[in-house]
Design a protein around this ligand. Structure first.
Ligand code: NAP
Ligand code: ZN
Length: 353
């Protein structure tokens, strides 16, 4: 038997090319693998960054997609937690070393040897690129496959696998709960999940947005108030308010006005922008108020399952616009204009059209 199989997918051949139908090669199901027929895949801004090589390092062809929900079609002989017909989900990682200190602490996302990304990673068995969820099926090591709560809409569950865990992990790390006063910067895919999850944990939540007409949506999602970040007086009035700020903005922006709004010992966590900051940071308010800037990357597998279970119990899922895979290029253009309320999810049945 061949150790690979052909799969239909949608991906891109170059940074400036449109995404289009293509065939890709995945590994055959190994003893500890789960094969999943993909039903829905969320569209993360990281998919766009990767397709267009914004971060460098994209190897083409590239097939994005790391918010995957589907149904198990086959399992390897050593798999114990899943069987054919079960619902299953996959997020941003499909493998890690499993042996380093971070992996042993359920922090696979910080694996010292580097985790294997669901797309644009290197499949350890084939030595070839990994391809993401804009595809009819995926083969994933059992440890990296999540259980889907039975109570949630399946399409609206997909974005939890990245947007959900990426905002959940800092909320948990900084112990957000009742009595916490937090803020979220940017109301997009990550931002809207941050509001819902923080509210679910009992925190007081404020949204910073550039977009005044998102105000009612923010309140409907569970925010207590909204500050328009271009309103200098409103920013000034918020000085010293927040224990934690989760900043989801994908592009370079000035952090100084936000740092002013942190309370003493507060932390601003960057989850959106990866790169060099401009303009320069004024460290004086940080020193004087013991304020910190941190970053955070997705979340571990156990933490992802914890988040999914929490969402199942609290009936939390994403606000989505369901699209066909043929609409993905237009969806990217709309995402660049922040014209998505609040996550595109691809109905993968459209790949068969
Ligand atoms: P998104 O849906 O496009 O949302 C981003 C939001 O940021 C927008 O809705 C907009 O909100 C605001 N925004 C956009 N451009 C801006 C600009 N130039 N200046 C100020 N605000 C701006 O994106 P997403 O899928 O939530 O992803 C956000 C970022 O997180 C991306 O860079 C993505 O790659 C990254 N990410 C990181 C991780 C991680 O593990 N750390 C995981 C997933 C994604 P308003 O209209 O409300 O201002
Ligand atoms: Zn993502």
């Amino acid at each position: 038997m061949s150790n690979t199989q052909q799969t239909k997918a949608f991906g891109t051949e170059a940074a400036d090319a449109a995404l289009q139908a293509m065939n890709i090669t995945r590994r055959e199901v190994l003893s500890d693998d789960v094969e999943i027929e993909i039903l829905y895949c969320g569209v993360c801004h990281s998919d766009l960054h990767t397709a267009r090589n914004d971060w460098g390092g994209t190897v083409y062809p590239a097939v994005p997609g790391h918010e995957i929900v589907g149904r198990v079609s086959r399992v390897g002989s050593a798999v114990s937690r899943f069987k054919a017909g079960d619902l299953a989900a996959v997020g941003c990682m499909v493998d890690s070393c499993g042996e380093c200190g971070n992996c042993k602490k359920d922090l696979e996302q910080y694996c010292t040897k580097g985790f294997t990304g669901t797309y644009n990673g290197v499949d350890k068995h084939l030595g070839a690129r990994t391809y993401g969820g804009y595809s009819e099926k995926v083969v994933v090591k059992e440890h990296f496959v999540l259980k889907v709560p039975a109570s949630l809409d399946l399409a609206a569950t997909a974005p939890l696998l990245c947007a959900g865990i990426t905002t959940w992990s800092p909320l948990r790390h900084w112990k957000v709960g009742k009595g916490s006063t937090i803020a979220v910067v940017g109301l997009g895919g990550l931002g809207h999940m941050a509001i819902k999850l923080a509210r679910g944990l009992g925190a007081h939540v404020t949204l910073f947005s550039r977009t005044p007409d998102k105000k009612q949506d923010a309140l409907d999602l569970g925010a207590d108030d909204i500050i328009i970040s271009t309103d200098d007086a409103a920013m000034e009035a918020a000085a010293g308010r927040f224990d934690l700020i989760i900043d989801t903005v994908p592009y370079v922006h000035d952090l100084n006005p936000y740092i002013r709004t942190l309370s003493a010992s507060g932390t601003l966590v960057l989850v959106g922008f990866l790169g060099k900051l401009e303009p320069m940071l004024n460290t004086a308010p940080m020193v004087i108020g013991r304020k910190a800037i941190s970053g955070s990357l997705i979340g571990g597998i156990a933490e992802t399952q914890e988040m999914l279970d929490f969402c199942g119990e609290h009936n939390i899922s994403s606000e989505i616009e369901l699209i066909n895979i043929q609409d993905i290029n237009e969806a990217y253009e709309r995402m660049l204009k922040s014209d998505v309320r609040y996550r595109f999810v691809i109905d993968m049945a459209s790949l068969k059209q």
